[in-house]
Design a protein around this ligand. Structure first.
Ligand SMILES: NC(=O)C1=CN([C@@H]2O[C@H](COP(=O)(O)OP(=O)(O)OC[C@H]3O[C@@H](n4cnc5c(N)ncnc54)[C@H](O)[C@@H]3O)[C@@H](O)[C@H]2O)C=CC1
Ligand SMILES: O=C(CO)COP(=O)(O)O
Length: 345
């Protein structure tokens, strides 16, 4: 597992029950403390890490751990902003593998789009590997792991269901072998785009729901935002090549409901604070990974490029970046023309 934030640490602990697992932290001090105390004091201070989980700060050693002749699974626990850099750093290890080596799978867990270009995570990964000179034959099986999963609950051993969408069957098999069982259930999919769009946009919708709740608009308003937010996620996902059905699943509706309503969501917390009068600067100063803030503008731009109407995303962007008050944004949404309740048009 590359990345020892809250999600990377929780997933690595889970994987270590079934597979020989090494967790890489870029912060050498954190890695050292985790080894010494058996806890990640920065991200998961109340959780005792399993003693069998290996922890290190040597990136190449971590990459080698999963890239040996016997094959393996590289799970990436970094946010979208770190995805391309980590993949570029992995390329030499992947390129050095012999043609007869067993398959390696490269699976990311981030939820968002590239902040400036709007690229989806799989595009960022493919471009980073190609730019680092990796040819198609050496490119590992790729996949995205997503679904409703607050890291803290997973780390506490509570039940969770996740979906792996991969480019090859070996990817789903590797993730299932490492994570399925006990309190974690793994479903498989081939819809990488649908899973990625769901994961990215549900964060924007969670900000919208947080804003509405922060304003005290009530549970009717929240239900309306969840439902029409899902329609928005599905419209953009289908326009980008995803499958409509995916949005009714764990990585669409499931993660949307969790994030839009669950108190542990950082995106929802950001929206709540803004609805209660905080500024974006104040919210960002808390230093929490809030992918919905990072990718909302890119989502809107993707919608424009593909002629997809994204009114809730537009309202969130107006509040976050254009100085529109939350009250005004809600009133703009309500003032839209009456229309048929369809998802895809
Ligand atoms: N926290 C959660 O419950 C879940 C989070 N996710 C997703 O997982 C991703 C990571 O989120 P968290 O673990 O929650 O964040 P976090 O803030 O707890 O940890 C982020 C980790 O990535 C590292 N990192 C940050 N920027 C980097 C860069 N440029 N290069 C290399 N490493 C970098 C940090 O050092 C840290 O170890 C996000 O995209 C998030 O949406 C997905 C499912 C659940
Ligand atoms: O993706 C998540 C749960 O599935 C975590 O959501 P937040 O990033 O809003 O905390």
């Amino acid at each position: 597992m590359l990345g020892a934030g809250i999600w990377g640490t929780a997933l690595a602990a889970l994987a270590s029950v079934r597979a020989d697992t090494l967790l890489w932290a870029r912060d050498a001090g954190l890695a050292q403390r985790m080894r010494a105390t058996g806890r990640n004091d920065k991200y998961l201070p109340d959780i005792a890490l399993p003693p069998q989980l290996a922890i290190g700060d040597d990136f190449d050693a971590a990459a080698r751990h999963a890239c040996g002749p016997a094959g393996g699974l590289l799970l990436l626990g970094v946010p979208v902003a770190g995805l391309g850099g980590v993949c570029a750093s992995l390329a030499p290890q992947l390129a050095a593998r012999g043609g007869d080596a067993a398959p390696v799978s490269l699976v990311w867990t981030c939820k968002g789009f590239h902040q400036e270009t709007g690229k989806l995570p799989h595009e960022i990964v493919q471009e980073a590997l190609a730019a680092a000179g990796l040819d198609a034959a050496a490119t590992p099986g790729l996949g995205v792991l997503s679904g409703p999963s607050f890291a803290l609950e997973v780390a506490r051993g509570l039940p969770v269901a996740l979906t792996i969408a991969g480019t090859r069957p070996t990817v789903a098999a590797a993730v299932t072998a490492s994570l399925h069982g006990g309190h974690a259930r793994i479903y498989t999919s081939t819809d990488v785009v649908g899973v990625e769009v769901g994961g990215a946009l549900k964060n924007v919708m969670a900000i919208a729901c947080g804003i509405a709740d922060g304003l005290g608009l009530g549970t009717n308003a929240r239900a309306a935002l969840v439902t029409r937010g899902l329609a928005e996620m599905q419209r953009l996902g289908v326009a980008l090549g995803g499958q409509a059905d995916t949005f009714a699943g764990l990585t669409g509706l499931g993660d949307l409901v969790l994030t839009a309503t669950g108190a542990l969501s950082r995106n929802r917390q950001a929206g709540l604070a803004i609805g209660q009068g905080a500024t974006l600067e104040q919210v960002l100063a808390r230093g929490m990974t809030t992918e919905g803030v990072r990718c909302a503008r890119a989502a809107l731009e993707l919608g424009r490029r593909h002629r997809v109407d994204l009114p809730i995303t537009e309202a969130v962007c107006a509040v976050l970046f254009d100085g529109i008050s939350p009250v005004q944004a809600v009133s703009n949404l309500l003032a839209r023309e009456a229309r048929a309740e369809t998802a895809l048009s």
